[in-house]
Ligand binder design. Sequence first.
Ligand SMILES: [Ca+2]
Ligand SMILES: [Ca+2]
Ligand SMILES: [Ca+2]
Length: 278
Amino acid sequence: MAGNATAGVDRVAVYARNSDDYELVLIDGDRSVPVDVDGDFEAEEVALSRDDGPGNEILSLPGSYRIGVIAAVDADLDGDGDADDRLTTSEFSSATSDQRSLRVVEQSLSVSFPSVVDGEITTEDGAVDVNGSAPGSESVLFFAVGERGNIVTQEIGVDDDASIDEDDVPISGLSDGDVTLYVVSAGRDGQVGDGDLPGSTDATIDGFEDYLQNELGSRSLTASQANSVIRSESVDDTASDDLAYTEEASSPTHRRRSRTSTRRTAPPRGSIPSPPAT
Ligand SMILES: [Ca+2]
Ligand SMILES: [Ca+2]
Ligand SMILES: [Ca+2]
């Protein structure tokens, strides 16, 4: 958020319009934003939906809204020195203020693995390309679960245009056989599952990566047990808004070993008896 205020305005406050009033939007926990000597104000990379002000709660649900900026002094009608929680529409529009429309969209996740063709990972080194988009997320977690329940992970940042584009993510640490590939987004609340992971209260994408590597990876689970625990701690957890994409694939290690064992069934070279010397 950035703008310019008329002379004499030293702080501005942000409001979201409900049906018949304007409600305060906290900006990184603050009730107003300072204006510099040139009249400019700025707040960078603010997650408007994450704070717990009344206006932040309005913006936490998908829909179309009015969002407005007002001179903080005009928003302090009870005179306690802070912008008030609520203003009527006439209090807002008669003050030094400006507003815009804002659309809050549902988060979404779409993923493709170009290096997986017909269920087979086609790269000899077993690295996987991850493409797609994840509007609304700062990062997503890619991971692969091997046949013995072991897991490799890679956090992937989401670009400004919401795209995901990560090449050559190595999954060769998995044992041979089938793997399940995942991309998980924590959704609008930024928390994986119900916000609690076994042994940890950090349920961000980072915390989920730690949980998969350290907590789940150290238990001797089969692939199907690991996959079901992962689902129950993320997309299938209580009130979860997480998004997940999964795809089954077989790893190139598996194919290499298959070829090796095929060769071994042929008679070893040199084993055919030479004709007896006469
Ligand atoms: Ca006040
Ligand atoms: Ca979530
Ligand atoms: Ca949980």
